[in-house]
Ligand binder design. Structure first.
Ligand SMILES: [Zn+2]
Length: 167
């Protein structure tokens, strides 16, 4: 049994048990609960009946599915259990998968980003930051956080923030 079968069987048996229990008590008092459990039981039974009908109707050698499989290619696939639905015209609809590429779906295949400052392309996931290439991101960071760069030596070989007090 599949998980769905098990779940439905459990729900039906639980509802049956609850109904039996409530019928033993004050039925007038319990009528609302009895009706609720009956509704849940009927619902589960209807789903179970539907699944069983689909299974009973399933024909692994369905000629329509077989014909659809003949037409299958890299971009059109038909499952072994594809649903077949008879049409009004002579023929049947067969469930299939159609492959759609990113560009057909309007989804960009670019895995490169364009720097918002200099326009250069840089590798997605690289050292760029906040829409800028690594070079521009460094310059921006230097402008925004100059205190992080004061240790870089000037031509005299001393740090920019060097004072005599530092020794
Ligand atoms: Zn840049």
């Amino acid at each position: 049994m599949t998980t769905i079968d098990t779940a439905l069987a459990y729900r039906i048996s639980a509802a049956t048990g609850a109904i039996d229990h409530l019928m033993d008590g004050n039925q007038t008092l319990n009528q609302e609960l009895i009706d609720a459990h009956k509704a849940r039981k009927d619902e589960a039974q209807a789903i179970r009946d539907r699944i069983e009908k689909v299974r009973a109707d399933f024909d692994p050698a369905d000629p329509y599915r077989a014909a659809a499989k003949e037409q299958a290619n890299d971009d059109l696939e038909v499952d072994d259990d594809a649903v077949v639905s008879p049409g009004d015209d002579p023929g049947a609809w067969v469930q299939a998968w159609i492959w759609i590429r990113n560009d057909e779906a309007g989804i960009s295949e670019d895995d490169e980003d364009v720097c918002r400052t200099c326009g250069a392309e840089y590798e997605d996931g690289g050292d760029g930051f906040d829409g800028e290439c690594p070079d521009c991101a460094d310059k921006t960071d230097q402008k925004l956080n100059p205190e992080n760069y004061v240790d870089e030596p000037f031509d005299d070989g001393y740090p920019a923030n060097w004072t005599k007090d530092d020794g």
